[in-house]
Design a protein around this ligand. Structure first.
Ligand code: SAM
Ligand code: SF4
Length: 355
């Protein structure tokens, strides 16, 4: 299916008057890229700041954007209202650490009030969930993914550079008590770090009925620590768990990046792998992202961005902004090229893209 936006309806950031107010050009009812992929999912980074310093994501001495550069909650909500008529149905808040942005439940409340959104989720490191899980739930947040790379305190400090494992575990408990179920736990899988805890994570999934998902380490880190040998392949993780606790595949919707397995004996939750490096799933990609400073990215690994904040603050008509989004999607990257010799790492680090 090809895109329905005539080029005349497409407005570049510099030509925001190309679609005159009151005479909108035709816009697509859904976002489809040049390869026929339908985009219905938007990841919204609300900050590049964080209370951890995970080695695979940001440097210890990270520099953060001035607050005036961040989209306000009203600007984020306005943008969401503009893309819902284009077929966006799923939102995920991320960062940086979304819970460090002041009064986050207010943003959730605004987004939950946008009609047409079916799924409102957030990815968090969990540190502030003890205090925030309930307010977020009451504001309308539907689902939570919590990042947890290790169950060992010293290893947590090694990878996140902060001594906060207890806070994350308390946050996970509170999230469950607040009604976020089933919880998804995300662990970045790093060779030489994760290997000796694979079975412990499997036991966690069995005892707590969480969906435990292993994300392959991707080259988006600050310190250029990524090496192919440090990627612990998802397939290997599944084999290791299967040998101890037999697994069987769950019928996957290709709309989720995780390949899911359940325990054959019916105990507990699921195990997922997100094999972004060894088995890329770009051909099924259904998402776009907006950074906290309002740049639209059509791939996690994009080397180009589209300035939405300039349009929002420059008084552009909604139709013009929608047309800009549609044009960016039309030329969405076919894939991330991590496994190609010409791979170029994006200039932005993970914490300022929004993972
Ligand atoms: N601060 C929140 C958190 O950690 O959950 C949200 C932002 S974080 C960038 C989103 C997800 O990206 C986390 O699950 C994190 O583990 C993952 N991530 C960060 N850097 C990564 C990398 N280089 N490779 C794979 N996953 C990464
Ligand atoms: Fe912070 Fe999340 Fe990045 Fe860790 S992965 S430094 S918690 S943004």
């Amino acid at each position: 299916m090809s895109i329905h936006v005539p080029l005349s309806a497409v407005c570049s950031p510099a030509s925001k008057t190309a679609v005159p107010a009151g005479r909108p050009g035709p816009l697509p009812a859904r976002l489809v890229d040049g390869l026929g992929r339908t985009i219905d999912s938007l990841r919204i980074s609300v900050t590049d700041r964080c209370n951890l310093r995970c080695v695979y994501c940001m440097p210890e001495d990270a520099h953060f954007m001035p607050r005036r550069e961040l989209l306000t909650y009203e600007e984020i909500t306005r943008f969401v209202r503009i893309v819902v008529p284009l077929g966006i149905r799923k939102l995920r808040l991320t960062g940086g650490e979304p819970t460090v942005r002041r009064d986050l439940p207010e943003l959730v409340r605004q987004l939950a009030g946008v009609s047409g959104i079916d799924d409102l989720a957030m990815t968090t490191n969990g540190i502030f969930l003890k205090e925030m899980a309930r307010p977020l739930r009451e504001a309308g947040l539907q689902r939570l993914n919590i990042s947890l790379d290790t169950l060992v305190r010293e290893k947590f400090f090694e990878v996140c550079r902060r001594d906060a494992l207890d806070k994350v575990l308390a946050g996970i408990q509170e999230a469950e008590a607040a009604g976020f179920s089933p919880l998804k736990i995300n662990a970045v899988a790093i060779r030489g770090f994760t290997d000796d805890e694979i079975l412990d994570f499997a036991v966690l999934a069995r005892h707590q009925a969480y969906q435990v998902r292993f994300i392959e380490f991707m080259p988006l880190d600050a310190n250029n620590a990524w090496e192919r040998q440090k990627v612990l392949p998802g397939r290997e993780i599944i084999e290791r768990i299967h040998a101890r606790y037999p697994l069987e595949p769950v019928q996957n919707s290709r709309k989720e990046p995780a390949t899911l397995y359940r325990f054959q004996d019916g105990v507990g939750g699921d195990i997922g792998i997100i094999p972004s490096v060894t088995e890329p799933f770009c051909e099924y990609c259904n998402r776009i992202r907006i950074t906290s400073d309002g740049k639209l990215r059509t791939c996690l690994f994009s080397v180009r961005e589209t300035d939405i904040r300039g349009l929002l603050r420059g008084g552009a008509a909604e139709e013009a902004i929608a047309a800009t989004v549609a044009e960016a999607v039309r030329t969405k990257e076919p894939g991330h090229r991590i496994n190609h010799p010409d791979f170029v790492k994006p200039a932005r680090l993970m914490h300022s893209i929004g993972g």
